[in-house]
Design a binder for this molecule. Structure first.
Ligand code: ZN
Length: 64
């Protein structure tokens, strides 16, 4: 039986496009710095049980 969980790219919470971060549906990320190469948005996210939550939104400063 092929019972492997599906693997997907995390979607950018800002532009909705795929980031380069791969997660499985049973992946858990705690305070993970997510960066979107498409719109250059960076934030800290928590990913659990297939749900993405933004933990920290960076200030206007460019440094992360
Ligand atoms: Zn984006």
């Amino acid at each position: 039986m092929n019972n492997r969980p599906t693997t997907n790219f995390l979607l950018c919470p800002r532009c909705g496009r795929k980031t380069r971060t791969l997660v499985r549906e049973d992946t858990e990320l705690i305070r993970f710095p997510l960066f979107c190469p498409k719109c250059r948005y960076a934030c800290v996210i928590t990913f659990k049980k297939g749900k993405l939550e933004i933990t920290e939104v960076p200030d206007a400063s460019e440094s992360f």
